[in-house]
Design a protein around this ligand. Structure first.
Ligand code: SF4
Length: 196
């Protein structure tokens, strides 16, 4: 796998047609946003309706919670890079299919290599399973807030899985869950600082 510049990768995927159903449904591919040299790379699941309209990942209700979690560790959206497991919105916000995740996998791993972050944060089950494979099998609630390793070619990355912000919305912004999520983000910043 070659390490190619992020802008080149973005342009290659802007008109991608690998997933027939997705490219007929989407308004645009949502490549990602933030600092191209970020220490922290966040990977979510897939764009939703608001993201599809605005072209920015995590810009809806989940994005507001993500911002709050980042602020709890003194980071802004502009200081991290945010992308998704797949770049195109699935119809009716259904889960990404296996072949769609597979189709977008090469782009995801090239994005990791291009940014070369100190820590990768996988948000929710889909991103965690895509990056950590068997290690994520127990499910996000069992592995959240732990530090795992990902090796791509000769480079090792630290990976911290966290619960998806949508989970907090489904649970009526339960303050206990929010505190747990903030603790997991504390692991993210501690792991980043330990790699300085
Ligand atoms: S999800 Fe990824 S691989 Fe599939 S069409 Fe969109 S950009 Fe291409």
């Amino acid at each position: 796998m070659t390490n190619i510049p992020l802008q080149q990768l973005k342009s290659e995927y802007s008109n991608c047609t690998k997933c027939k159903e997705l490219c007929n449904f989407r308004s645009q591919t949502i490549f990602g946003s933030g600092d191209l040299n970020a220490s922290v790379l966040l990977i979510g699941e897939a764009p939703g309706k608001t993201e599809d309209e605005q072209g920015i990942p995590f810009c809806g209700a989940s994005g507001k919670i993500l911002q709050e979690l980042l602020e709890s560790i003194n980071l802004t959206r502009e200081e991290v890079f945010i992308t998704n497991t797949i770049l195109c919105r699935p119809p009716k916000n259904r889960n990404p299919k296996k072949d769609e995740i597979q189709n977008c996998n090469d782009r995801l791993f090239k994005t990791i290599q291009a940014i070369n972050p100190k820590v990768i944060v996988t948000i929710g089950n889909f991103a965690s399973k895509t990056i950590l494979k068997k290690e994520a099998k127990p499910g996000i609630t069992k592995i959240r807030g732990q530090v795992f390793q990902l090796q791509i070619e000769d480079q090792k990355y630290q990976v911290v899985p966290v619960v998806h912000p949508a989970n907090l919305l489904y649970n009526g912004r339960n303050p206990v869950i929010l505190e747990q999520m903030k603790k997991d983000f504390q692991v993210v910043i501690e792991t980043t600082e330990s790699n300085d």
